[in-house]
Write a protein that binds this ligand. Structure first.
Ligand code: SF4
Length: 192
């Protein structure tokens, strides 16, 4: 996008309304390492989920929802992440940046009874966005126009973050019991 001294190159017109535009740094591409870190990240999430009915705290989930979905749908100005992809299942979305595909276990949104990927106590984001386990603060460059989505969330008013609507489902009992058994077996194996 052309950057104009007046800053108006950072705004665009949508449905007769002037809207702010945002930058998004590219996902770091490290050959071979990505596949390994993807598997490690998935294993970390699965094991974190197994520690007796756990889910992330509400504020972390609110930050994750802002990171992935933005707040435009609730009247804010932050658009969804450019890596957010609609699932082939109606109404569901998954992350197209982490390579874990479109499956029930990888959907980023659920409802009051569906435990989604954003509910895991530990879960990574390829852009290291706020609310995720591997979060890293934005660089000073990201504060410059066009401001990055990450920098925008970091500067949001805390009350506005707390107003983000999220569901807080419990992990299904049968899955919780299955993971407890796996962890118990691991513990017994490590004992002398
Ligand atoms: S997990 Fe990260 S990269 Fe993926 S959609 Fe969410 S914010 Fe974007």
């Amino acid at each position: 996008m052309e950057k104009k001294p007046c800053g108006c190159g950072n705004k665009k017109q949508e449905n007769n309304k002037i809207v702010k535009t945002f930058s998004e740094p590219p996902i770091e591409k490290v050959p071979f390492k990505n596949a390994i870190s993807m598997v490690q990240g998935y294993a970390m999430s699965m094991v974190s989920r197994g520690f007796s009915d756990k889910k992330t705290d509400k504020t972390s989930k609110q930050l994750r929802v802002l990171s992935c979905f933005g707040n435009k749908n609730t009247g804010g100005e932050l658009p969804p992440c450019s890596h957010l992809k609609p699932s082939s299942t109606d109404g569901k979305f998954y992350c197209g940046g982490c390579g874990c595909g479109d499956r029930k276990q990888t959907w980023l949104n659920g409802n009051d009874t569906e435990y989604s990927k954003l509910d895991y106590p530990k879960v990574n984001c390829p852009l290291k966005m706020p609310g995720f386990t591997n979060y890293e603060p934005s660089s000073p460059l990201e504060a410059k126009e066009p401001q990055s989505r990450k920098n925008y969330i970091e500067k949001m008013n805390f009350d506005a973050i707390l107003q983000t609507d999220v569901t807080e489902p419990e992990m299904p009992k049968e899955i919780s019991e299955m993971f407890d058994k796996i962890l118990e077996a691991q513990k017994n194996k490590n004992q002398p």
